[in-house]
Design a protein around this ligand. Structure first.
Ligand SMILES: C[S@@+](CC[C@H](N)C(=O)[O-])C[C@H]1O[C@@H](n2cnc3c(N)ncnc32)[C@H](O)[C@@H]1O
Length: 270
């Protein structure tokens, strides 16, 4: 994966792999939009043009790069205004992101005010030091995993690609957000298909937007601010695990749906 140059004084820089032009101002990404032949497009060759605009050098984990957002900073801001904060990482892999967060938080006398949780199908979790009671890593399929807890932050970093019922998980997880909480999930709309349609991504994107979600296409990132109580009007039909690689370069699962309605009720934020 190529990375744009890190000479921050430049206004524009070009990814050497996919030729995407990135624009900067004073070292901060002015636009994280990827311009390819004049417009945002899927980038060829699996290039993700990772630009560490917000990641701290040698930072705690790669999530800041992948999300363009610092989870710990977000949680700290929330904690300044409320008693406790909670972060759930779905498809957490080794759980490194939340384990590192636990190292940062739990040893600093804030154990009681922070809750960190990760879920992954494969229990290849990193080791957790004794006394890190503020965190839990669960070995389970996120499709079946349930919780009654509510979270300030829910992430699913490159995990949804491997899930059968992607919309079902999006819907379910967005209901686990606290008021003012934030959910961020990588998703490639091309891995979701509506029965009977040659092209489904546009419709699915439109329905998600109507339901209150926001999509950042150049990051393939679906964002939900606040609890979403609006039902997505889709019925899951099944999945195909032979879909081949998506933008990540890894084989993804294609999910099939039937659209069961076209006029969602008013979206209500939690
Ligand atoms: C590409 S890795 C991403 C891991 C982590 N989020 C990261 O960015 O380092 C995808 C993860 O999804 C997990 N996964 C796949 N299907 C899952 C499922 N049904 N339930 C929970 N985790 C799943 C895999 O075990 C794997 O750890």
């Amino acid at each position: 994966m190529a990375q744009p140059e890190r000479s921050y004084n430049k206004k524009r820089t070009r990814c050497q792999e996919c030729n995407a032009i990135w624009r900067f101002a004073q070292g901060v990404a002015l636009s994280l939009r990827c311009f390819w032949y004049g417009g945002p497009r899927e980038i060829r060759g699996g290039c993700q043009c990772v630009y560490e605009s917000r990641a701290k050098p040698g930072g705690a984990n790669s999530y800041e790069k992948d999300l363009g957002f610092a989870p710990l900073d977000f949680l700290k801001r929330r904690l300044a205004n409320q008693h406790g904060v909670a972060w759930l990482d779905l498809c957490c892999g080794t759980g490194r992101a939340v384990i590192e967060a636990a190292e940062t938080w739990c040893g600093s006398g804030l154990d009681g005010s922070v809750r960190l949780a990760g879920v992954d199908l494969v229990p290849m979790f990193g080791s957790i030091r004794a006394g890190r009671d503020c965190m839990d890593l669960a070995a389970a399929s996120v499709e079946r995993w349930e919780t009654t807890e509510r979270f300030d932050l829910i992430t699913c970093v490159h995990g949804l690609h491997y899930i059968g019922d992607k919309l079902g998980l999006i819907q379910k997880a967005s209901g686990w957000l606290k008021d003012g909480g934030l959910m961020m999930m990588h998703v490639d709309y091309r891995n979701m298909r509506i029965r009977g349609r040659a092209s489904s991504a546009g419709q699915i994107g439109k329905d998600l937007r109507r339901a209150g979600f926001r999509y950042v296409p150049w990051r393939h990132l679906l964002i939900c601010n606040g609890r979403n109580r609006h039902p997505l009007l889709y019925r899951y039909l099944g999945a195909d695990d032979r879909a081949g690689p998506n933008y990540t370069g890894q084989a993804a699962i294609e999910s099939y749906y039937e659209r069961t309605g076209s006029r969602p009720a008013l979206y209500v934020r939690g």
